[in-house]
Design a protein around this ligand. Structure first.
Ligand code: CTP
Ligand code: CA
Length: 231
């Protein structure tokens, strides 16, 4: 009911969103993952849809219902997420990377379950780096979406967010203090671009993730507008 009264700020726009954790297999029954719940990305997909956008949501392993009217593609590993996102990206106006992508994966995948029997020592695992999906989209030549990153930090939020903005070559990054927000319904965001920073909610407090998602959608819509019609 509320949505019906919201302006369709993203009518005619296409949004691609990654959400949730990734799962990096060690053997057929084990793997490395993280505590991302996917709630922020799913809330953003819902808010963008409410705002009239056509939304594609690429989700890691999460237990959340698909928001109404959103096209969802489930993936498991960072490489699957990368291989799903890259071909879709040029066809979208906006890419928002909310996923907590595993930075590393086990260098080798054991074909069978690794057993304890006979081993005197615990196994060790060599890790190898995963592709950076956001940086890869931002580096696309030709048609590419407006790229928005998320940064979960445990300290020095603004400093780390600005550094990531530069490193990934993106116009906007949304910072939040990771351990305080993973899995929770409430969050506080810091929108950081090359020259400005702005807290959401504006009073510096916290808000539920759907309210934050709606504020973020309104902000992204305004930035798109400004990019197309510079003052
Ligand atoms: N990201 C991504 N692919 C990766 C790693 C990160 O698309 N392999 C995206 C995330 O979805 C997020 C942004 O990049 O939007 C920042 O992720 P973050 O983990 O904070 O940055 P990293 O570059 O991985 O740096 P670090 O984890 O060392 O802080
Ligand atoms: Ca990371």
């Amino acid at each position: 009911i509320v949505a019906a009264f919201q302006p369709k700020r993203l009518a005619g726009k296409t949004l691609l969103i990654t959400a949730g954790p990734t799962f990096e297999a060690i053997d057929p029954v084990r793997g490395i993952t993280n505590l991302s719940s996917g709630k922020m990305g799913f809330a953003l997909a819902r808010a963008a849809r409410e705002a009239g956008a056509q939304v594609t949501l690429v989700a890691g392993p999460v237990s959340l219902p698909t928001p109404r009217g959103v096209q969802r593609i489930d993936v498991r590993s960072a490489r699957q997420m990368h291989d799903t996102v890259l071909p879709l990206a040029p066809r979208h106006d906006v890419f928002v990377a909310t996923a907590a992508v595993a930075d590393w994966r086990p260098a080798t995948l054991a074909e069978h379950k690794i057993k304890k029997d006979g081993k005197k020592q615990a196994p060790t695992f060599e890790l190898t780096e995963n592709p950076d999906i956001l940086a890869a989209v931002a580096a696309l030549r030709g048609a590419k979406p407006y790229c928005v990153g998320f940064a979960a930090e445990s300290e020095n939020l603004l400093e780390h967010a600005r550094a990531k903005l530069k490193r990934k070559g993106i116009p906007l990054i949304v910072g939040n203090l990771g351990p305080a927000t993973f899995g929770r319904d409430d969050n506080a965001l810091l929108l950081v671009d090359a020259t400005t920073q702005q807290a959401l909610p504006a009073d510096g407090g916290t808000a539920d993730k759907l309210s934050l998602a709606r504020l973020l959608v309104a902000d992204i819509a305004a930035r798109l507008q400004a990019a197309h019609h510079p003052a």
